[in-house]
Design a protein around this ligand. Structure first.
Ligand SMILES: [Zn+2]
Length: 134
């Protein structure tokens, strides 16, 4: 990708997502884990999708997954995002799917089912999880 990092909008942690972004700065991909049924989820939200429990732990994910689906954007919606660029849903080993960008490979070579591993895009105050071929 060729986004201009200086003007690209970056995520900002809120109270609910702070453990995710604190982990990201340490190179750890953090997931919410239901303390009652063990279901994993991301992004952060108050209740478990499976049992509606509000009891949550944060656990470090392996950082491995597979491309479940992807698209290549050819229309520019924001000046900082130079087209084309890809958007992908990566299914993590732990189950949840994360919206991300695939890096380290040309868009034409991305395949559904491709094994990938997290690749941190580091900025001054935040790290963003991209994924690259494993
Ligand atoms: Zn649960």
């Amino acid at each position: 990708m060729a986004e201009d990092a200086a003007t690209r909008p970056l995520p900002e942690a809120d109270e609910a997502s702070k453990p995710f972004f604190d982990g990201a700065m340490l190179g750890k991909l953090m997931l919410m884990k239901c303390a009652d049924c063990g279901a994993m989820r991301i992004p952060s939200r108050q209740h478990c999708d499976v049992c509606l429990s509000a009891n949550t732990d944060w656990v470090e994910a392996s950082g491995r997954g597979v491309v479940r689906t992807f698209g290549v954007m050819h229309r520019q919606y924001h000046p900082a995002f130079t087209v084309p660029y890809n958007l992908a849903f990566v299914e993590l080993e732990e189950g949840p799917r994360i919206v991300t960008n695939i890096v380290g490979i040309g868009d034409a070579d991305i395949r559904v089912g491709m094994p990938v591993v997290v690749d941190w895009e580091r900025h001054e105050d935040v790290a963003v999880p991209n994924f690259r071929p494993a």
